[in-house]
Write a protein that binds this ligand. Structure first.
Ligand code: SF4
Ligand code: SF4
Length: 223
């Protein structure tokens, strides 16, 4: 799940100068998090209308990052044709994909924070930064890259106080890594020296692999 939160409304008003707006929500993560599903889209419509904007229509796409063809989206939502701008209430990925398709200005209504999930009904953030080379097994299943505030791969910074990170006062990821490896009987993993992340694997590596296997164009995302 992609974790997003709504931008401040006054920030949105500063950003969106156009008067005729079409609002798009996302039926997946943004809806689950109550930041971009139907109720939030309708609330946004009312708030923007009360600020003098003309809302030409709204829609909640089933998956904003995988909208099919733009022709199809337009066909189902003719109000888009009357708008000068789209306000997208999805994660940055959905907003970016729609920006590639739409021929008008696209504004993101949400700020995307991290990749997370829901674990035992608790929302967990910062679980993964999509580095392209997953090594969490060496860290007891905890991603040091995303859960340590300094993304330290080779041990703690030593700044934790009472188990809390000196940066944000959340539980120190490295204390969690130590405890977990101890429990698993794999403390020897702490002796590994990790090279810095290979960012070439993140940029294009996966796409190239998929192209090699000729499956990129067949992908239909229904996440
Ligand atoms: S190691 Fe990389 S791929 Fe694995 S959880 Fe962390 S950021 Fe995500
Ligand atoms: S206190 Fe822990 S989580 Fe925070 S930066 Fe240092 S090692 Fe990382």
């Amino acid at each position: 799940m992609i974790i997003s939160k709504q931008k401040e409304f006054k920030e949105l008003l500063r950003m969106v100068k156009e008067l005729d707006i079409f609002i798009i929500g996302c039926g997946k993560c943004a809806a689950k998090l109550h930041v971009g599903g139907e109720p939030e889209v309708l609330e946004m419509k009312n708030r923007l209308s009360s600020e003098g904007k003309n809302i030409t229509g709204w829609a909640v796409l089933s998956t904003a990052c995988s909208p099919g063809s733009w022709k199809e989206v337009l066909g189902q939502n003719p109000g888009i044709g009357k708008a000068d701008a789209l306000l997208v209430m999805s994660c940055g990925c959905g907003a970016s994909v729609l920006s590639k398709l739409a021929e008008i200005e696209v504004y993101p209504a949400l700020d995307t924070e991290s990749l997370g999930g829901i674990c035992s009904e608790e929302l967990v953030k910062e679980q993964c930064r999509m580095c392209g080379e997953c090594e969490i097994w060496l860290y007891g299943g905890i991603c040091a890259h995303s859960q340590c505030a300094k993304s330290l791969l080779n041990g703690p910074c030593g700044g934790a106080v009472d188990g809390r990170c000196e940066v944000d006062e959340l539980p120190c990821a490295w204390e969690g890594i130590y405890d977990r490896l101890k429990k698993l009987g794999k403390l020897e993993y702490l002796e590994f020296v990790h090279e810095p992340k290979d960012y070439s694997k993140k940029r294009g590596g996966i796409e190239i692999e998929l192209q090699k296997k000729n499956i990129l164009k067949k992908i239909h995302c229904d996440c």
